[in-house]
Design a protein around this ligand. Structure first.
Ligand SMILES: Cc1cc2nc3c(=O)[nH]c(=O)nc-3n(C[C@H](O)[C@H](O)[C@H](O)COP(=O)(O)OP(=O)(O)OC[C@H]3O[C@@H](n4cnc5c(N)ncnc54)[C@H](O)[C@@H]3O)c2cc1C
Length: 505
């Protein structure tokens, strides 16, 4: 240890989501002494709240499941959506995904399984049923108490201030975090430090040599002999930075766990001359307000219809969530929107929410759900034009009676079939309900500009030696498009792995 540093490692990884832990694991597996620096008391960030889907095409996981996926069809699909933009990184991603999965699955802690989850656009190269996959559920006993205590609890328990249930298997995003943590721990070269907020980079615009972080009110200088990987999410919880960069929505509508992503790592890199891109962008979703004042992510509508502040319908409610989020942004009178439904679900939301919607009585009491005997009365309660709302609902009911949404084709796409209900149900019988729908995000998606090895680039396109970024800390090559389930995690994991390989030399 030199005098300059309080602690020194080969590799410093800032953040602990799916990208961060993939990079940390591979660096440690290559024999590099690695530390994961996490600001909160638990690991996993938004990745742990996620479905754990990874869009990593052309791998042995799809082959095992007999899914007709390939690197070539994924290339066709991405090209149809993105054109030439981000081509170098896209090609690297496509080339690396199969190799990454092979390397990860060499470790018995890391096993994956295909799960049907359709891609988000009808374009050439789309695979029926989708091509993303998930981690297998993890028995908490395999993880052990000490490591389990490090994994962020499930969203609903986390928000309620409850810890992990030691008898419940870790699934979805938590399985990914648990499995990567287990593999990282077993390398014997991995350290984790929680409650440690990185807010400065040490070095020059030419080379980064470490970070400065705050731990229990103390400044800690942590040296990085090989490099620093910034994989610390976006800046979704930073209202000031959202304002500066014109990110739609609000920080309190982000689905990132409370107290996580504020964007200091991006700001620290910019202070050294790093370039940024897509800073106004996010991974979008519709959201509803919960009785505790927080938001829930909504998708998979199984009934009802969404209207704007005028009482008009404006989109296919069963669109993939990012696309619906972009529809909300397309006009000011879509915030708030209202999900109007009737007796059929008895106050439960006719949609999937994360966290679960819960008891309708609690929503009615909190005013997050309103109820009326007539559509006119409902319109008065939500402040929309009663004639327009009635007309919109009657028109929708006509489509439901004929089994065909002539306005937006809600019954048509495979995504709506799988997540929502392909059958349109009329909204005809009292009581009528409405829940407010607002724009939420899964995180921002703009950030540091990186090259195909995840090296952070300066404005002139040259790399800052020793500095890497992945996940939502970096600008996504997918630009304004969310192509399919698992793109955030899949891309974060691939670019973090490339950073680890570069540092391992
Ligand atoms: C309900 C839900 C379902 C989703 N499902 C999927 C899915 O199935 N597949 C998919 O690909 N995506 C999914 N997403 C989106 C995905 O979870 C996120 O986009 C992705 O996990 C972001 O990863 P990240 O590593 O960039 O950030 P995160 O996973 O949020 O990790 C960032 C970590 O860095 C820490 N950190 C931040 N700043 C600092 C600092 N200064 N110092 C130290 N630590 C810091 C944070 O505390 C946090 O723990 C979902 C999101 C939600 C909310």
């Amino acid at each position: 240890m030199t005098q300059e540093w309080d602690e020194e490692y080969d590799v410093v990884v800032v953040g602990s989501g799916g990208g961060a832990l993939t990079g940390a694991y591979l660096a440690a597996r290559a024999g590099l002494d690695t530390v994961v620096v996490e600001r909160t008391g638990s690991l996993g960030g938004t990745s742990s709240y996620s479905g754990g889907a990874m869009w990593l095409p052309g791998t042995s996981v799809q082959r095992r499941a007999g899914v007709p996926d390939s690197t070539e069809s994924a290339r066709t699909y991405l090209r149809a959506l993105l054109g030439d933009s981000g081509e170098a990184k896209r090609e690297t991603f496509l080339a690396q995904a199969p190799a990454l999965v092979e390397r990860l699955e060499e470790d018995p802690a890391l096993t994956f399984a295909f799960q049907v989850f359709p891609d988000y656009y009808e374009r050439p190269g789309r695979v029926p049923g989708g091509r993303s996959f998930i981690p297998r559920a993890l028995d908490p006993a395999e993880l052990g108490d000490a490591l389990l205590a490090l994994v962020r609890p499930p969203l609903d328990r986390d928000r309620a201030g409850q810890g992990n249930d030691p008898s419940a298997p870790l699934t979805a995003g938590r399985a990914l975090i648990g499995r990567l943590l287990l593999a990282y721990h077993r390398t014997g070269h991995g350290t984790v430090t929680t409650d440690t907020v990185m807010d400065e980079l040490v070095g020059t615009p030419e080379r980064v040599t470490g970070i400065v972080a705050t731990r229990q009110g103390r400044r800690v200088r942590i040296g990085a002999r090989k490099g620093v990987l910034l994989a610390a999410g976006g800046f979704e919880h930073n209202e000031r930075l959202r304002g500066v960069h014109g990110v739609p929505g609000r920080s309190d509508c982000s689905m990132a766990p409370a107290g996580t992503n504020l964007g200091e790592p991006v700001e620290a890199a910019v202070a050294l001359g790093a370039a940024t891109d897509l800073m106004h962008e996010g991974w979008w979703c519709p959201g509803v307000r919960m009785p505790d004042g927080q938001r829930a992510f909504v998708c998979g509508f199984t009934g009802g219809l969404v209207v704007d502040a005028n009482g008009s319908r404006y989109a296919n409610e069963s669109l993939p969530y990012d696309r619906f989020g972009r529809e909300i942004q397309a006009a000011p009178d879509r915030t708030p929107s209202f999900l109007v439904h009737d007796f059929r679900t008895r106050g439960k939301l006719p949609a999937v929410t994360q966290p679960p919607w819960g008891d309708p009585a609690a929503h009615l009491e909190a005013g997050t759900l309103v109820k009326a005997d007539t559509l006119e009365e409902l319109a008065g309660l939500i402040g929309v034009n009663a004639d327009r709302l009635t007309e919109t609902v009657e028109r929708f009911n006509g489509f439901a009676d004929n089994g065909k949404d002539e306005e937006f084709g809600r019954e048509v796409d495979e995504f709506g079939h799988w997540f929502g209900d392909p059958v349109l149900h009329p909204v005809r019988e009292a009581p009528y309900y409405a829940a407010r729908i607002v724009l939420c995000d899964l995180g921002t998606k703009g950030g540091l500009v990186t090259d195909a090895s995840a090296r952070v680039l300066r404005e002139d396109g040259t790399p800052i030696a020793g500095l890497y970024a992945a996940g939502n800390t970096s600008a996504s090559f997918t630009g304004h498009v969310y192509p399919g389930p698992g793109i955030p995690l899949g891309t974060a994991m691939v670019f973090a792995s490339l950073a680890a390989d570069d540092m391992a030399g």
